[in-house]
Design a binder for this molecule. Structure first.
Ligand SMILES: Nc1nc2c(ncn2[C@@H]2O[C@H](COP(=O)(O)OP(=O)(O)OP(=O)(O)O)[C@@H](O)[C@H]2O)c(=O)[nH]1
Ligand SMILES: [Zn+2]
Length: 336
């Protein structure tokens, strides 16, 4: 599996100046050797649901965890009553290191980045081919968030009964992003569903998409019947579905292993937090060309060494063009 960031989580650790000597400020935690492992499925304010073996356990964060947020997809250590019975409450005592993090700043004016999903292998960017119209810059921003957080992006292009996919596919061909084109009608015949399963089975996939793109329709076709949600309640005033959830939600893929993590419809995807040096990791063919870059180069500036390096024939100019296009989406424009 491709992994982009080395340790995408490290920015979450606020390193504070240490006045008392050079021992890092770590908390000596009780060991909790009896703790069980689990995975967070939902977060609703302070309440977490955690999958422990095959039971769904209600839990809250132990105080010793401090302010670090527990998010959907987190692997955790949990103690207390793990029976999953009514009126029990367990405690999450440890959040394991994250293999990937999907983050967004709600808005580019909003300085706070939030981790939306932890440990997803891939990010399925769901885009309708029409109704609503595709928004390439939003797709690009999601791709950047995936690369930045160590997730592999995949494109899911829905409503192919309304418009063809060629143009979008052409735009993303250079990036070599796996894709699938779907329509609700075809979905029932099995062939498309098999293609989607081929991309998702055995993996943890976070789904993002603008409201109304058909994300719920798609997710419902993938999860067991009792986990389905109602679709199509787009509110004319807010543009949001009536069932818009405020946080992500992990659902098991029907039949085989793997998880779908449904996230609330996004209208924008703030990228304040993105580090260009992590995005370039998704371009291993270009990375060697950055050795002569100025320190802290954004790779989207005048002195970037990539231009000369690519001009000398070391890599495909289309790839550099794509990298620059993605990096440019970090800046917000009207309509994003
Ligand atoms: N023509 C067409 N319409 C579709 C298709 N898939 C979904 N729709 C319709 O598009 C609308 C939105 O679908 P949803 O699945 O609710 O979309 P969503 O992305 O979950 O939207 P929210 O619930 O607002 O977050 C519904 O009216 C669906 O019936 C498709 O393949 N073709
Ligand atoms: Zn550079």
């Amino acid at each position: 599996m491709r992994r982009y960031g080395k340790n995408p989580d490290e920015d979450d650790i606020r390193v504070r100046p240490n006045r008392k000597g050079n021992r890092p400020r770590t908390h000596i935690r009780p060991k909790h050797e009896d703790a069980s492992e689990g995975m967070i499925l939902t977060v609703d304010r302070g309440r977490l649901t955690v999958l422990v073996d095959d039971r769904i356990v209600l839990a809250m964060k132990a105080r010793e965890l401090g302010r670090k947020a527990a998010v959907v997809g987190d692997r955790v250590a949990v103690v207390g009553d793990l029976s999953g019975k009514k009126d029990t409450l367990a405690r999450v005592v440890r959040i394991e290191e994250r293999a990937s993090v999907l983050r967004r700043t709600a808005d580019d004016d909003d300085p706070y980045e939030r981790v939306v999903v932890a440990n997803a292998d891939q990010l399925a960017i769901v885009t309708a081919l029409a109704d609503p119209e595709p928004r390439p810059r939003l797709i690009d921003r999601c791709v950047v968030a995936a690369y930045d957080g160590g997730l592999e992006p995949i494109l899911v292009l829905t409503k192919s009964d309304l418009a063809p996919a060629d143009k979008i596919l052409e735009t993303y061909a250079t990036l070599d992003i796996p894709y699938v084109v779907t329509s609700r009608e075809e979905f029932t015949d099995g062939a498309e569903l098999a293609q989607v399963h081929a991309l998702l089975d055995g993996r943890v996939t976070a789904f993002v998409g603008h409201s109304g793109v058909g994300k719920t329709t798609l997710v419902n076709a993938l999860v067991p019947p009792e986990r389905r949600r109602t679709t199509g309640h787009v509110n004319a005033v807010t543009g949001r579905g009536r069932h818009t959830t405020t946080s992500a939600l992990a659902l098991p893929l029907a039949g085989v292993g793997g998880w779908v993590i449904d996230t609330p419809g996004v209208r924008s995807f703030g990228l304040n937090h993105v580090d260009p040096s992590r995005v370039i990791l998704a371009f291993p063919d270009l990375e060697p060309g950055t050795v002569d870059c100025p320190r802290g180069c954004s790779h989207d500036e005048k002195d970037c060494a990539l231009d000369a390096w690519v001009a000398a024939g070391h890599a495909d100019p289309q790839r550099l063009y794509s990298l620059r296009r993605l990096l440019a989406t970090r800046e917000r424009r009207d309509g994003d």
